[in-house]
Design a protein around this ligand. Structure first.
Ligand SMILES: [Zn+2]
Length: 794
């Protein structure tokens, strides 16, 4: 080939790589496990048999295997370091008995010992050398015994709290190998998983009076399994009576003694990428059934809980039912036989998902329990069935799942449901702060605005470990949810659902990446979605549409004042009722478009994105009054303290203010400010104060005025304060300045600041600041220095 040809070929390869889906092959790993729980020493003794099927076109000489219990081994693992970074020092001060790990390993293949070593950096990853290279299409069986020291349940996801066991990420397990090569990764608390699909055949031996919630189905036929089935039947019948009699009122929550007899439970499940189990002797059990919306197949639901929150958990079967139903309806049928939620005390957030089984932390309220159960059950789709690389593309599971979670709550409780859904029913606090007007569906956008308004947000497409813990929640979960609500509104519900179902059908039990999702949505809708999968997902650019002109005859003009392409709807409003809605097609940043106003009469104002689904950075430019002088102005809202941002109002807040200093004495006044939650880019705060000094000397006025403007990395601030300090002048008359009339001292400063660190999750923070200060009344002995500049950086 000539140089020119090579270049053309390379260019072509590059071009096609951009839109190419991942390759067709995927490795398969079938796992057999047998394990015994020792609940006196809190340890597991087990044996794993891994049948590794090489479906790749490459010959493999080794297999990377995760030994994730070793993340709990000491204070220098990747997980421990992540905890320290986020301020959690538990592992730093932990006692030996709180830590854990995996040992007694001896990898063999066909009875021949295999050479293996830990990863040079991570003791929770091992490289096992195969006895002979594994060719494409070949299959190898690797086995090892193992012992797990179960850590304290207050560290992360694997652990025990007393004799309550959460057995997750607990056995030697191969890393993913795909067309990008091996994906060995250390265990992290913030940052999830990526595993190969296959079948699990698991035998768990433990004292007979434990109840177990696990991945998979109990295999019929064995004596212990049959006995367990009738044991669960009678437990479910007892729990029903217990609920009827409100048994939680006088229930003890202590662990009964473990029975001397043991049982071996045998589970099996195909098409999953992990196996987890939870064991507790206190569990109450409620069983339910859900008939799936598409193929009418019956799925069994199990709720397993301690008496602690028994009153809340009595409704868990309803949540399990509804979650399984709606996720199946919108995304594709649940392919397994059972869905289980267990009550556990875990440290990694409110709940944690595993195939078929989810563990739920302390919920506190009905709405809290429902939201967490729905979210974790929803992960069966976005994690379990669609197994994307969560470490690299956390938004594909957490974000899309959060979108479905919000959709579920709005479908079940009404589109206009207010924020009490979050706070749990009638709430005094909600009434006091007028939160009843705030709709639940605004929460996702609002959560994003907090870091965004401070210039502290990160892109949706971001590696889990490079996100701050605030952004992991606000961006990965909430901004993604809001962005997908926008996409759903843009495409229309029917087209969106059809596209998501195509994605489900094409990628179930596989490893889709962002480009695979994009291709499915584009194929199904026939629309180019580069604008969405580009800047919306990849950057922190802001979306901001503005309604700049609105009149019945000249039409409605929308300007894209932001940096992202965006579409929206304009509502013709009369009071609270929507008279008509017009679509505004996709507008490029900086461009304008005018659409015809709908022919309706009685319009008192026009509202851009009245439904609040476009993730708009600034909604104060979204409303035009139909008449009056100030068409872009919103009515004033004066309130004490602060309120959530209300785009339909000009919000001013007040607070009583008291102050004291030696010169002015006791001062009283008021603070007026515009700091709604989240604060807007421009904020002000004005605190006029007055004091009555000595009798007969009159009234002193003083106070503080502060104005700030923040955008992305920039902050410009002005501060001015004025107080009396005449004693200083009397004591040092040589410092007096001619204009000074002897009573008030004013300090005014101007600050310009820019954040320097590019990585928000870094332990280093850099900021360059320039501050100019003007003091009237005197401080500096240099005669001409009226302005004193203090450049500083740190
Ligand atoms: Zn989640």
């Amino acid at each position: 080939m000539t140089m020119k040809q090579t270049l053309t070929a390379a260019l072509l390869a590059l071009l096609t790589a951009g839109v190419q889906a991942q390759t067709d092959w995927q490795q398969r790993v079938d796992t057999e496990l047998s394990v015994t729980l020792d609940d006196v020493n809190h340890e597991l003794r087990g044996h794993v048999r891994i049948a590794y099927q090489n479906n790749s076109p490459e010959t493999l000489e080794h297999v990377w295997i995760h030994l994730w219990p070793n993340a709990y081994r000491n204070g220098s693992t990747a997980m421990a370091k992540q905890h320290y970074r986020d301020g959690d020092m538990f592992m730093f001060y932990a006692m030996n008995r709180d830590l854990g790990g995996i040992d007694s390993l001896a990898f063999t293949s066909a009875k021949q010992p295999l050479t293996w070593n830990c990863h040079p950096e991570h003791i929770d990853i091992a490289k096992v050398e195969l006895a002979k290279p594994l060719p494409p299409g070949g299959r190898v069986v690797v086995e090892t015994p193992f012992r797990v020291d179960i850590p304290s349940g207050s560290i992360s996801r694997l652990g025990h709290v007393g004799e309550s066991y959460q057995i997750t990420q607990w056995f030697p397990k191969p890393a993913v190998y795909d067309d990008e090569g091996w994906h060995p990764m250390p265990y992290l608390s913030q940052g999830e998983f990526f595993s190969e699909y296959g079948s699990y055949d698991v035998k768990i031996t433990l004292p007979a009076n434990y109840t177990v919630g696990a991945t998979g189905d109990l295999v019929p036929g064995s004596e212990d399994n049959d006995a367990e089935k009738s044991r669960l039947d009678s437990l479910a019948a007892d729990t029903k009576m217990w609920v009827k009699n409100q048994g939680w009122k006088d229930a003890e929550n202590t662990f009964p003694e473990s029975s001397q007899r043991t049982k071996t439970l045998h589970y099996r499940q195909d098409n999953v990428h992990d196996f987890a189990w939870f064991a507790d002797k206190r569990y109450k059990v409620l069983r339910g059934t859900v008939v799936l919306p598409r193929d009418k197949r019956k799925v069994t639901t199990w709720a397993m809980f301690t008496p602690e929150e028994g009153e809340l958990w009595q409704k868990a079967p309803e949540y399990l039912h509804d979650a399984t139903y709606y996720y199946s309806l919108w995304n594709g049928n649940y392919p397994y036989n059972q869905v289980t939620a267990v009550d556990g005390t875990i440290s990694a957030g409110g709940g944690m998902e595993y195939p078929n089984v989810t563990v739920i932390g302390t919920a506190g309220s009905d709405s809290g329990l429902e939201t967490v159960i729905v979210h974790e059950v929803g992960h069966n789709w976005f994690y379990g069935i669609l197994g994307s690389n969560e470490r690299e593309n956390a938004w594909m599971d957490e974000g899309i799942n959060s979108f479905n979670e919000t959709r579920y709550l709005l479908t079940k409780y009404g589109e206009d449901k207010d924020i009490s859904l979050l706070l749990g029913g009638e709430n005094n606090l909600a009434q006091r702060f007028e939160l009843e007007d705030f709709q639940y569906k605004w929460i996702d956008e609002l959560s994003y605005l907090f870091p965004a308004r401070f210039g502290a947000d990160q892109p949706i497409q971001c590696h889990s470990n490079s996100l701050t813990s605030l952004n992991y929640g606000a961006i990965i979960y909430k901004k993604t949810a809001a962005a997908f609500a926008m996409l759903q509104s843009h495409l229309g519900e029917v087209a969106f659902d059809k596209a998501m179902q195509l994605y489900f059908d094409q990628w179930k039990f596989r490893h889709p990446g962002p480009e695979d999702l994009q291709l499915c949505l584009e194929k199904s809708t026939g629309e180019d979605l580069n604008w969405f999968f580009g800047d919306w997902i990849q950057t922190t650019k802001r979306n901001d549409l503005a309604l700049v002109k609105a009149s019945a005859d000249k039409g409605l003009t929308v300007k894209n004042a932001g940096d992202l392409p965006s579409s929206a709807k304009i509502s013709a409003m009369q009071g609270d009722s929507v008279l008509a809605v017009v679509d505004v097609p996709l507008i490029a940043p900086g461009a304008r478009t005018t659409v015809d106003a709908p022919a309706v009469s009685g319009v008192d104002r026009w509202v851009l994105d009245e439904d609040r689904v476009t993730l708009d950075y600034d909604r104060s430019n979204n409303v035009r009054q139909a008449s009056g002088l100030f068409k872009g102005m919103e009515p004033l809202q004066l309130r004490m303290l602060t309120r959530l941002e209300d785009p339909d109002k000009t919000q001013v807040f007040w607070l009583p203010a008291l102050g004291w200093n030696a010169h002015n004495g006791l001062m009283a006044g008021v603070t007026l400010h515009n700091m709604a939650l989240p604060p807007r880019d421009f904020t002000y705060q004005w605190t006029p104060l007055f004091s009555v000094r000595e009798f007969g000397q009159g009234v002193d006025f003083g106070g503080i005025l502060a104005m700030d403007w923040r955008k992305d990395q920039w902050h410009v601030g002005m501060r001015s304060s004025q107080f009396r300090a005449d004693e200083a002048m009397q004591l040092r008359p040589e410092l007096a300045i001619p204009e000074y009339d002897g009573d008030l001292l004013t300090r005014t400063s101007l600050t310009v600041e820019r954040k320097l660190n590019a990585a928000p999750a870094s332990p280093w923070k850099g900021v360059a600041r320039y501050e100019g200060v003007h003091v009237y009344g005197y401080v500096d002995p240099a005669p001409d220095a009226m302005w004193t500049l203090f450049p500083n950086s740190g």
